[in-house]
Design a protein around this ligand. Structure first.
Ligand code: CNA
Length: 319
C-alpha cells in the first residue's frame, strides 16, 4: 500500500487514539474551486438545498458516509460523550479508574470484566436500526454510496442492510472474536451465552480470554480501514453523522476529501473541523437531532415514501 495522501498526518498511524480535545492540524484550507451555492451566484456558502440539488441532478455519485454513536442514540444505545446520557457519565457501576479504561486494551488484559458488562448491554440483537441507518441503505439502493465508514460496534448498519462490501466497520465488530492468548478465531455467536451469563468467555483450546473483534484504544484498526486511501480521493460528497470526531485516526478522514467536495455534518453540535477556523467555505452544517436532519434531507430529496416503505418492510422481517 502507498503512503497516505499528503496533509493527513494522523492517518499513517492506524492505532485507535483518543483526542481529549480537538487539536487537529489538517490542511482544510478553503476551497478554491468549490461547488458554492448555486442559488446565489456561486459565492454564498452552501446549504442543504445545494446538497440535495447535487444529489438530485446526478452531480454526486460517490457519496461517503462517516458515522458515530450519535446515529444509534435514537435506537436507544447511549453514545460516549453526550452529557448526562452518554456512557462516560454513567460508568460508576463498572468500577473503572478512568472512562476510556473500558475500551483500553492494557486495562482489558488486567481486568476484562467491565468491558464484558458493557458488551452485554451493547450486544447486537438488543436494538433496531433507525431512519439514519436506512438512509444510508437508500443511498446504496440508488447507486450513490461509495462507502460507509462507521465507528459503531452495534451492528445496526448491517441490520439495516448496508452490504458488507459498502461498509467499513472502523472500530471492529461483535460478529467475530479472537483469543487474546493463542489468536484462535471464533464467531461472535460463540461468545453470546457467556456474555449474557456474565461470564468472561474463555478459549476452548488454551483457556485465554476471548475478545470480540472490537478495536480498543491502543489497537490497530482493521485492514479494511485502508480502503480510505482510494475511497476518499474519489468521493464527491461526504456526509458525517452523529460523531464528536474525537477519536483518531477516524476523525482525520473528514479532512481527506478533496477541498472542492462538500462536507455535510448532521449532528447535535458542530464538531471537528466544522467547529474550527479551518472550516471550509463549502461545509454544510445541519445542527440538531440526527433523525430530524436525515428526515429533512430525505424529504427534500423526495425519498420519504421510499424510506417509509423500506423501513416498514424491514420492520416486518424482525417482528
Ligand atoms: P461520541 O464521542 O459519544 O459522540 C457522539 C456525537 O453524536 C456527539 O457529538 C453528540 O452530540 C452526537 N449525538 C448524540 N446523539 C445525537 C442525536 N440524537 N442527534 C444528533 N447528534 C447526536 O461518539 P463517537 O462515535 O464520535 O465516538 C467514537 C467511539 C464511540 C467509537 O469508538 C465507538 O465504538 C464508540 N461507541 C459506539 C457505540 C455504538 O456502537 N452505538 C455506542 C457508544 C460508543
Amino acid at each position: 500500500l502507498r503512503t497516505p495522501p499528503q496533509g493527513v498526518p494522523r492517518l499513517h498511524d492506524c492505532r485507535l487514539l483518543f483526542l481529549p480535545s480537538f487539536r487537529r492540524s489538517l490542511s482544510t484550507s478553503p476551497s478554491k474551486c468549490g461547488l458554492f451555492g448555486k442559488s446565489s451566484g456561486g459565492q454564498e456558502p452552501q446549504t442543504l438545498d445545494d446538497v440535495v440539488s447535487l444529489l438530485k441532478h446526478g452531480d454526486c455519485k460517490r457519496v461517503i458516509v462517516m458515522a458515530g454513536a450519535g446515529i444509534s442514540t435514537p435506537s436507544g444505545i447511549p453514545d460516549f460523550r453526550s452529557p448526562g446520557s452518554g456512557l462516560y457519565d454513567n460508568l460508576q457501576q463498572y468500577d473503572i479508574p478512568y472512562p476510556e479504561a473500558i475500551f483500553d486494551i492494557h486495562y482489558f488484559h488486567q481486568n476484562p470484566r467491565p468491558f464484558f458488562t458493557l458488551a452485554k448491554e451493547l450486544y447486537p440483537g438488543n436494538y433496531l436500526p433507525n431512519s439514519a441507518h436506512y438512509f444510508v441503505r437508500l443511498l446504496h439502493m440508488k447507486g450513490l454510496l461509495q462507502r460507509m465508514y462507521t465507528q459503531n460496534i452495534d451492528g445496526l448498519e448491517r441490520l439495516a442492510g448496508v452490504p458488507p462490501d459498502k461498509l467499513v466497520e472502523a472500530h471492529g465488530t461483535f460478529a467475530s472474536a479472537t483469543c487474546t492468548t493463542c489468536r484462535k478465531s471464533y464467531a461472535g455467536e460463540d461468545l453470546k451465552a457467556d456474555i449474557f451469563a456474565d461470564h468472561v468467555p474463555k478459549c476452548a483450546t488454551c483457556r485465554g480470554v476471548i475478545k470480540p473483534d472490537i478495536v480498543f484504544f491502543g489497537e490497530e484498526l482493521p485492514q479494511r480501514f485502508l480502503l480510505f486511501l482510494t475511497d476518499f480521493p474519489l468521493a464527491d460528497l461526504l456526509i458525517i453523522m452523529g460523531t464528536s470526531l474525537e477519536v483518531e485516526p477516524f476523525a482525520s478522514l473528514a479532512g481527506s476529501v478533496r477541498s472542492s467536495v462538500t462536507r455535510v455534518l448532521i449532528n447535535r453540535d458542530a464538531v471537528g473541523p466544522f467547529a474550527s477556523p479551518s472550516r471550509r467555505f463549502n461545509d454544510v452544517l445541519e445542527l440538531g437531532d440526527v433523525i430530524g436532519g436525515v428526515e429533512k434531507c430525505v424529504y427534500k430529496l423526495g425519498w420519504k415514501a421510499e424510506l417509509d416503505e423500506l423501513m416498514a418492510a424491514e420492520m416486518k422481517k424482525v417482528h
